[in-house]
Design a protein around this ligand. Structure first.
Ligand SMILES: *Cc1c(COP(=O)(O)O)cnc(C)c1O
Length: 369
């Protein structure tokens, strides 16, 4: 019986810390307190400290974190927001939900993050913000982005849904831009037991607005200042996240050692490996490789019992959801080419050495044919 190697093993992650997780969740259930309160505040404090920022505001999920942060920055109807052409669609949807217009800019071909050298050409009098994504856990090149934003009077919101713990030039992602949006979807490096998200910021006005927006537009019960939303981080998720935050650095370090083996042992196979700039400390949410024969390679791995995924098979501008905005195939060739070539290898803190060896061996066979 061949051992299957899943793309990501959430069950194994749970098993590793189940005693601590279960007792924290049981305490929360028994407390009789199910919305807001001190457990949510305790996690917000811990995560702000971890990300080296002043404030963390827990919300319902990562998409809401992006949406509420954009609203708090004043993004509204007709405002243009610069986004990567190769991100998960949530980045674009958040802009659309504000009535704004996502303006795509292509990524670097092997860093996968937005190419700062292409941003200025996309800026118009209607541009209000730049929304870089730290895709696959690798920080985007923030300094040139922040310089451009200052020069043109733009806000910077970072999508850090895949980058918990990553560092840019030695400092953790969390407080470089005006605000940073996080997802704690279960499969993320810091994952809850369901949907959860947060925004971190050093800007007290933005923080205050998000606090009001997440809670029906109200800071005093039954007094509503703005037309808000219901998007709160549940206490039961907060206590689980607090436990898991303690393991994040160790689990990210294990991901990094898998990445080291992939980089060393897959060199020379013809796979395009991710390039890590000197200033980047990625957290390897995803280890994506590229190859012209991606589909054949994926099938061959599947036959060997190895699970892989594609992040993402259709770029946002080619999605049905964005038909009607006038996009056509060929407009963003880097993103389109990537969508046809990327393959995400098994990656996770519980992926053992023998499994990594098996994945590498299978890839060597698959790339020879
Ligand atoms: C997961 C993810 C989101 C959305 O987070 P949810 O919690 O699923 O809403 C946004 N952007 C990126 C890049 C993501 O990977």
């Amino acid at each position: 019986m061949v051992k299957m190697i899943p793309f990501l093993d959430l069950r194994a992650a749970y098993e590793e810390i189940h005693d601590e997780l279960e007792s924290a969740v049981l305490d929360s259930l028994r407390s009789g307190w199910y919305i807001g309160g001190q457990d949510v505040e305790a996690f917000e404090e811990d995560f702000a400290a971890y990300t080296q920022t002043d404030v963390c505001i827990g919300v319902g999920n990562g998409l809401d974190a992006l949406h509420l942060a954009l609203l708090a920055m004043g993004i509204g109807a007709g405002d243009e927001v610069i986004v990567p052409s190769n991100t998960y669609i949530a980045t674009w949807l958040a802009v659309s939900q504000c009535g704004g217009i996502p303006v795509p800019v292509e990524p670097g071909e092997s860093t996968y993050t937005i190419d700062p050298g292409r941003i200025e050409a996309a800026i118009t009098p209607r541009t209000r913000a730049i929304l870089p994504v730290h895709l696959y856990g690798q920080p985007a090149d923030l300094d040139p982005i922040l310089t451009l934003a200052r020069k043109h009077g733009l806000r910077v919101l970072e999508d850090a849904a895949q980058a918990h713990g990553a560092r840019y030039k030695g400092r953790r992602i969390g407080g470089h831009g005006d605000a940073v949006a996080w997802s704690f979807y279960p499969g993320k490096n810091l994952g809850a037991l369901g949907d959860a998200g947060a925004v971190t910021t050093n800007n007290p006005e933005i923080a205050g607005r998000i606090r009001v927006l997440r809670n029906y537009g109200s800071s005093v019960k039954y007094v509503n200042e703005v037309k808000g939303f219901n998007s709160r981080l549940d206490p039961v998720q907060a206590v689980a996240l607090r436990v898991k935050l303690k393991y994040l650095d160790e689990w990210n370090a294990r991901r990094a050692s898998v990445a080291v083996r992939y980089a060393r042992e897959l060199a020379g196979t013809g796979l395009v490996l991710p390039r890590v700039p000197v200033w980047a400390e990625p957290v390897w949410h995803i280890y994506a490789v590229q190859h012209a024969k991606r589909d054949e390679i994926q099938k061959s791995l599947q036959a060997a019992g190895i699970g892989t995924l594609i992040h993402y098979p259709i770029p946002p501008h080619m999605q049905e959801a964005y038909r009607g905005e006038g996009y056509a195939a060929g407009w963003f060739p880097i993103a389109e080419n990537m969508a046809n070539r990327v393959l995400s290898l098994p990656m996770g803190p519980q992926l053992d050495d023998a499994s990594v060896t098996a994945v590498i061996a299978a890839l060597k066979v698959a790339t020879q044919t």
